[in-house]
Ligand binder design. Structure first.
Ligand code: FES
Length: 355
């Protein structure tokens, strides 16, 4: 590709003579280690001298752009054709969402072909004559330098900067101390959360309480197909820490026919098909609210992350990076649903990355 932006093009005719100087050894690094080696001779590409090769390149480039257009059409078609819950096996990725895979593949091909076409065009058909741009001295003229220096000295003398040492030194002290205010403000970033984000109010024996009625839940309160929101027993809506605690402990409970539960751990951690999952989306923490009975999918309304509650709350669509954490539950001797411990992993967004 032509390197433009120069003021001085090196003409085709001048190149051989400059090159000859370099190659003839008239000025060599032995004579002058800083000798200008000049530009290498311009090598014609096959496309520069063979019109048929140029045509071939032109067709290749056009083909890449056409493939990009087709891939874009494929992207739109995939969006329409594939249902969001269709899972396919793709080597070597394993089981993936057909929709996500098709969208990613077609968009990738579309962008790649545009890039490849542009690069191929630049490398084979656009001008590749090198040009040189001499660097000009950037130092000011001696008169300008002298004038600036004189002005500075005059200003310093008139300000009394050198004479009034008390003012000067206290000014330096004041300027040195000002940044300390910023250092103190860093304290507002704390206190450090330590491991508070890793734990919620859930623990062994904590009853699951209906968040709307404030009544402890029994298995018979959870019919198949319903979605119930729950909180830990003892957390009242008017508690000082309610918002802080419910932001970590919010729970959703659904009942699924046990034979429909695909994930073995999920089944072990459920009670007669009743499963309890964190409501806090693992993308950026919105509450997951929408439940589709027939598919057992829950949807986060913020960015449409979709989780399959019959398969360990696996992410089947959207930007969330992790399944929703499951709470292990059972029934106490009075017949109420209770937690059998805290969540096994931190709830909410990206806590895995926080270590
Ligand atoms: S917060 Fe749930 S998808 Fe973004």
């Amino acid at each position: 590709m032509s390197q433009t932006g120069s003021n001085k093009d090196v003409s085709q005719e001048s190149l051989p003579s400059e090159q000859a100087t370099a190659h003839d050894g008239a000025v060599t690094t032995a004579d002058n280690p800083f000798a200008d080696p000049g530009l290498p001779p311009h090598q014609h590409r096959v496309q520069d001298i063979d019109e048929r090769a140029a045509k071939r390149s032109e067709r290749t480039i056009a083909l890449l752009f056409v493939v990009s257009m087709l891939a874009t059409i494929g992207f739109i078609a995939s969006y329409v054709i594939f249902p969001i819950d269709k899972i396919v096996y793709v080597f070597p990725f394993g089981h993936v969402s057909a929709l996500n895979f098709a969208l990613g593949l077609t968009l990738g091909v579309a962008l790649f072909c545009i890039g490849a076409g542009a690069v191929h065009w630049a490398r084979t058909l656009m001008s590749d004559v090198e040009v040189a741009d001499d660097r000009h001295p950037i130092a000011a003229e001696p008169e300008v330098k002298a004038k600036v220096l004189a002005d500075f000295r005059q200003g310093a003398a008139e300000s009394g900067f050198g004479r009034r040492k008390l003012i000067r030194n206290t000014m330096f002290g004041a300027m040195a101390m000002v940044p300390l205010s910023g250092v103190v403000l860093l304290r507002d970033l704390g206190p450090l959360p330590e491991d508070k984000l890793r734990h919620t109010l859930w623990g062994k024996g904590k009853l699951l309480v209906n968040q709307n009625t404030n009544e402890p839940l029994r298995p018979e309160d959870i019919p198949v197909g319903s979605l119930t929101f729950a909180k830990p027993d003892g957390l009242a809506d008017d508690d000082h820490d309610f918002q802080k605690e419910i932001a970590k402990a919010a729970l959703m409970i659904v009942r699924i026919e046990p034979e429909d539960i695909k994930d073995k751990r999920e089944l072990d951690w459920s009670h007669e098909g009743i499963v309890a999952y964190s409501r806090i989306c693992t993308h950026v923490g919105c509450p997951v609210t929408l439940y589709e009975q027939s598919t057992h999918h829950v949807l986060c309304p913020c960015h449409q992350s979709t989780f399959d509650l019959s398969d360990g709350a696996r992410v089947i669509f959207g930007p969330a990076g992790h399944p929703l954490p499951q709470l292990r539950i059972g029934v106490n001797e009075d017949g109420y649903l209770e937690a059998l411990g805290d969540f096994a992993e931190p709830v909410g967004p990206s806590f895995w990355e926080r270590g």
